[in-house]
Write a protein of this length. Sequence first.
Length: 329
Amino acid sequence: MWTTPSKLHAKGIIGMNRRNIRYIGRYNDRRLYPLVDDKLQTKLLAQRYDITTPALIGTVSTQFGIKRMRDMLDGHTGFVIKPAKGSGGKGILVVEHIEGQHYIKPSGARLTLKDVERHVSNILSGLYSLGGSPDVALIEGLINFDETFNEYTYEGVPDIRVIVFKGYPVMAMMRLSTADSDGKANLHQGAVGVGIDIASGQAIRGVQFDRSRHDHPDTGHELASLRIANWGTLLKLAASCYEMTSLGYLGTDMVLDRDHGPMLLELNARPGLAIQMANGEGLRNRLDLIEQQPDGLDVEQRVEFAQHHFARRSELDASRAASTQMESA
């Protein structure tokens, strides 16, 4: 399981220092960070650019405002509460439906209104925010994720992370929630990361807890058949976030809603590097190639360039074929 720095370099793997200095430090103006660090600002900005995001039910910005929670949630069968300045999926509470006086999580856990209010109070106090600063709680409608992904996820909504560099979609992965991740699409908590071919939207590789994975640990469904519909539209949505934010190195997190199609969840000016492990390939060669390209290309041209130059064959297909041969033998 161990490797050497020379092997990592040969695969084009970049580390945090190179990411921070060469790409984030050079291409991301710090004064623009609030546009993506604050999910409420991101949502309002996306609305101005006609980019679809989950419906906003309301916000809570003061402890006094918590008293309005019951009225705010009245009439909604389910909802998501998240900190505006949270990161890494911390502080996100998903309520799938309501039964009488109880709010039911995807896991089946039952919460009271007091439990929900206490969670919002913790958000406001900065328990989940960057730097522990006072925060705002966003309450959004549930995402009706595409049912074609039912067998690839467990008690949660799968999301798609695309790294966008200078407006080009560079690398992508889908994050599949598991029992270990408590229904959240967070790799550090045990979600499965699936590398996605930029050209086709086809799954090419899977990992969980830094180890290769060919199926979902809870549903048992193989990953090789995973393919994302409306892939071209999703890539154009991701690429257009460059014009929206003026940030040169960006992580875009999206979902596929069965009613609204590709939908933007949030943006990240300091996206993590685990996407390289999910794809089995480093970012450096792709980033170097993009730096050589002239400025001024529109969204469609940048997406077409990425799909042409960053196409990959699936490792999962090869693994499935080998497994089939062994079984037949």
